[in-house]
Design a protein around this ligand. Structure first.
Ligand code: NAI
Ligand code: MG
Length: 354
């Protein structure tokens, strides 16, 4: 059953976040209109400005305010005036953890018309990374002592739970089953004999439920190399929070850059809202220039529609982006070699929808 109109919380955030969210919204509304549903959006002005005026990135009851929404669309957070660990831990991470968005799904697809820096593999880069999104190296366990002395120390622990590891691994196996039947698990089990070997054990256990899936294991250093050397060989990858974060930046760049890469922070049980966002950050180097590429956000919107069960709207959005990128005459922002503005691109996408 459609829960229309869909209530979508918008968190434009910092830097280029508001520009890409503002530009993408009319595209989403046009697609929704064409597919017979509507979006009801509410803007939450949380982020670094709020941090300066009120002392926190979001209100104490921020998660309560978001909980009733069908989905969340986030631009980016991060500002040179606030330490990055404050912005990340004050907004993004609490939402991912609090709403059990344990799958961070990041596709890397090279579209026709886009040049990859990996010259001999331009025909068939199409993989998706399932990144664990609630624990691992991003757990808040650790501390610092003896500050400012020779004995100063810092401990940062990585946490791997059975529940947390099993659920992301199972989601990745399911994705592999629905795609090409191949899963690459990325760890560093040679050096990290506790958490990462535990991860390997869980992969073995869950593999028994999916015997038809072929499993490849790579260490993260080799995987980083191979994503550049043979990106076409990958289909579904599963990795811990930190490794997944790094691998998906490689995925973004081999498939055309940060301006195109979408991301979903997904709560598969649907108990809480999921959050969709471009992989990129707030890009302070280009903020205010109206040249941020909105396509990463538009593609994140296609993932949002898919999650809401609006598959044909998602398909329209994906096709519109694909046709736009394949069209040499269509406007492109400078990151793709063009001279167009953010809204030149979204207006062209809107025209294609009509
Ligand atoms: P970034 O992704 O913001 O920028 C990296 C490079 O890519 C820059 O040269 C930027 O101009 C370019 N770029 C990014 N998005 C683009 C777009 N849509 N169109 C055209 N070019 C684009 O990463 P950076 O510079 O490491 O981080 C900047 C800030 O963003 C930091 O405060 C960081 O903590 C934050 N950040 C936030 C994330 C999030 O909200 N999920 C993710 C990554 C970084
Ligand atoms: Mg990242």
């Amino acid at each position: 059953d459609r829960r229309v109109p869909y209530e979508v919380a918008l968190l434009p955030g910092d830097g280029i976040g508001p520009a890409v969210v503002d530009a993408a919204l009319p595209v989403f509304e046009a697609v929704a209109d064409r597919h017979g549903f509507t979006l009801e959006t509410t803007v939450f002005d949380w982020g670094s400005e709020r941090y300066h005026s009120k002392g926190t990135m979001m209100p104490d009851d921020g998660l309560d305010q978001l909980e009733g929404y069908d989905a969340i669309l986030l631009g980016a957070v991060g500002d040179p005036s606030v330490p990055d660990h404050v912005t990340l831990n004050g907004l993004l991470i609490p939402i991912r953890k609090g709403f059990e968005q344990y799958v961070c799904k990041r596709p890397a697809t090279l579209f026709a018309g886009i040049e990859s820096p990996i010259q001999n593999h331009t025909d068939d880069i199409d993989f998706v990374v399932y990144r664990e999104n609630t624990e691992g190296e991003y757990s808040d366990i650790g501390g610092r002592e003896h500050r400012g002395t020779d004995a100063e120390l810092a401990v940062q622990s990585a946490v791997f739970t059975r529940t947390g590891t099993e659920r992301i691994v199972r989601q990745a196996f399911e994705a592999a089953t629905a795609r090409e039947g191949k899963l690459t698990s990325v760890t560093k089990s040679n050096a990290q004999a506790h958490g990462m070997v535990f991860w390997d054990d869980i992969v073995n256990e869950v593999h028994e439920e999916f015997p038809e899936v072929e499993v490849e294991r790579l260490l993260v250093d080799a995987a980083s190399m191979d994503l550049i050397r043979r990106p076409e060989a990958f289909d579904v990858l599963v990795a811990s929070n930190l490794f997944g974060d790094i691998l998906t930046d490689i995925g973004a760049v081999v498939s055309g850059g940060m301006g195109l890469a979408p991301s979903g922070n997904i709560n598969p049980t649907m108990e809480y809202p999921s959050m969709f966002e471009p992989v990129h950050g707030s890009a302070p180097d280009i903020v205010g220039q109206e040249i941020a590429n909105p396509i990463a956000t538009v593609r994140s919107g296609a993932m949002l529609f898919e999650h809401l069960g609006e598959s044909s709207a998602a398909e329209t959005l994906r096709t519109v982006v694909e046709n736009h990128l394949a069209d040499a005459a269509a406007p492109r922002t400078p990151d793709l070699g063009g001279a167009a503005s953010t809204t030149d691109v979204t207006e062209a996408l809107e025209e294609r929808i009509e």
